[in-house]
Write a protein that binds this ligand. Structure first.
Ligand SMILES: NC(=O)C1=CN([C@@H]2O[C@H](COP(=O)(O)OP(=O)(O)OC[C@H]3O[C@@H](n4cnc5c(N)ncnc54)[C@H](O)[C@@H]3O)[C@@H](O)[C@H]2O)[C@@H](O)CC1
Ligand SMILES: Nc1ncnc2c1ncn2[C@@H]1O[C@H](COP(=O)(O)OP(=O)(O)O)[C@@H](O)[C@H]1O
Ligand SMILES: [K+]
Length: 467
């Protein structure tokens, strides 16, 4: 599991540790880790550190201090290091002295030739969009030169991943003590490049955000045993499709057939299309361990949604099924419930604009889970899964923008429903479903069709369980 912590939590852990260590010890740990990553990158790119031109962008706080001390270490190894301050009056004094003592220099303007830029403008002390002096430096980073971000790319909000205006795009981010949510959630995540965590010895409580890895997914996926039969493995029922959208039913069933359930049952008007593509499907009402309702349902089918929600069976509600949901009805349920909106559907459920959901995805998914008393999977660039009751929000690390194609959400709802039928909780079914869905899409590559994502699911399952 990859875990991430808010700025407030990191600061508290830092204070506690600093009280027990000599002054400046944490910054030296951070700078040593940062310098090692920079040196590794320079060696890979040009064979050696000696003679490399390194530019440090230096902000007014400790993030700049880290960059200056790391720059001093690189200068001692023969790099030509130039520090460019955001504000020449406010640079970490100890760091600047160390850099100068090691042979580095400060300059007023950004050199146009460099082998590496180190972004030490802002770390966890950054607030709001970059102010003009910082933005001007970011805009002058020479194109094609690799950037290593210190703690996080400047301009990315550490707690949310929000980016308001210009921001650094890094090849590598070297972060200290703990990942921050903004490094795992887009748009911040796509600015951070490869993540490198430097352990500075922090002791941390439960995380705010977590991302599953292969081993976590393997531990959650249901595996059949000698005593399994198709009913014990779980039956998932799919209520999807309409005369207008029969394809949604076919795709949801395609996902469900590859989600580990022993059988898939289809209920709805697209039975002929479903059977033509998936002869394995059972047709018509019957007993199931989990229902999926919503993909391609069209208008006027709220009664069917209400009927399923009234049953004491796990239910996943997607797409058209999400219209007009009553929070009181959902909160009263005791069986697992998973809602899988995209940003537009989430906005309608919260009564806010789509833009506000997209700008603050973490807050939106948390509010949805609280309000509806259910697990909620918010689709989009970095899919998020929250559960009612304040557990860490799960961030899916496997997505790809190629998934933004018609019908891929239908495959996901069938898949996650199948996992629910296999006995996973709402949040686990959502997070594991999104993980396999993203892996399958990455395996397929783009441009991709939703049905290809479904077809690649067994291979993605094997990748996660037998890496
Ligand atoms: N606290 C600790 O124990 C450690 C901190 N470390 C480093 O210290 C950093 C945090 O340092 P600070 O708390 O000094 O904060 P930062 O260095 O992140 O930035 C704070 C400064 O930036 C200015 N600023 C804030 N938002 C801005 C914006 N949008 N545009 C322009 N300027 C802005 C503020 O006025 C303030 O002067 C971490 O990210 C990490 O790099 C590391 O050395 C490890 C140990
Ligand atoms: N920019 C993006 N990056 C990664 N994944 C995305 C992006 N946009 C959409 N997706 C994913 O694509 C799928 C689209 O689902 P959805 O919006 O329900 O479409 P549909 O209803 O056509 O199936 C979801 O899994 C979502 O997370
Ligand atoms: K930074």
């Amino acid at each position: 599991m990859r875990t991430a912590y808010s700025v407030e939590t990191v600061r508290a852990a830092e204070r506690e540790l600093m009280a027990r260590l000599p002054e400046g010890a944490l910054m030296q740990r951070a700078a040593a880790g940062l310098a090692a990553v920079c040196a590794g990158l320079l060696r890979r790119r040009r064979g050696r550190v000696y003679g490399a031109r390194v530019v440090l962008l230096v902000g007014p706080g400790d993030n700049g201090g880290d960059a200056l001390y790391a720059g001093a270490r690189l200068a001692r190894r023969g790099a030509a290091v130039t520090a460019v301050p955001m504000d020449p009056e406010r640079m970490h004094a100890g760091g600047l002295a160390a850099l100068r003592a090691a042979g580095g220099r400060a300059a007023g303007t950004l050199p146009q030739r460099a082998d590496l830029v180190v972004d030490g403008l802002l770390g966890i002390g950054g607030r709001g969009g970059l102010r003009p002096a910082a933005a001007a430096l970011v805009e002058r980073i020479p194109p094609g030169v690799p950037v290593v971000a210190v703690d996080l790319p400047s301009g990315v909000d550490a707690d949310t991943g929000e980016v308001a205006g210009p921001a650094v795009t890094a090849e590598v981010t070297v972060t200290f003590g703990a990942y921050k949510p903004g490094l795992l959630i887009d748009p911040g995540a796509s600015r951070a490049g490869a993540l490198h965590l430097v352990d500075i010895g922090l002791e941390l409580p439960e995380p705010e955000v977590e991302a599953l890895q292969h081993a976590d997914v393997a531990g959650l996926l249901p595996e059949p045993t000698a005593s399994s039969d198709k009913y014990r493995r779980g039956v998932v029922g799919i209520v999807a499709g309409s005369a207008q959208y029969p394809g949604a039913a076919v795709l949801a069933v395609a996902g469900a057939l590859r989600g580990g359930a022993g059988a898939v049952r289809y209920v709805g008007p697209a039975a002929d299309s479903v059977l033509a593509r998936h002869p394995e499907t059972l047709i018509g009402p019957g007993r199931v361990q989990a229902w999926v309702i919503g993909p391609g349902l069209g208008e006027g089918r709220a009664g069917e949604v209400a009927d399923l929600l009234a049953q004491d069976t796990a239910v996943l509600v997607d797409a058209d099924g999400l219209r007009g949901l009553d929070p009181a009805v959902l909160r009263a349920r005791t069986a697992p419930t998973l809602l899988t909106p995209h940003a537009g559907e989430a906005a309608a459920l919260l009564g806010v604009s789509r833009e506000s959901v997209e700008a603050g995805r973490l807050a939106a998914v948390r509010r949805l889970a609280e309000r509806y008393g259910a697990a909620v999977l918010l689709k989009g660039s970095t899919t998020l899964v929250a559960s009612a009751g304040g557990r860490p929000v799960r961030v899916n690390p496997t997505g790809t923008p190629w998934l933004a194609t018609a019908g891929s959400g239908d495959v996901l709802s069938g898949l996650a429903g199948s996992l629910l039928a296999g006995g996973l909780s709402g949040a686990d079914a959502g997070a594991v479903g999104a993980y396999l869905h993203g892996l399958a899409a990455r395996r397929t590559g783009g441009p991709l069709l939703a049905q290809q994502v479904a077809e690649a699911l067994p291979a993605a399952w094997r990748d996660a369980t037998h890496p």
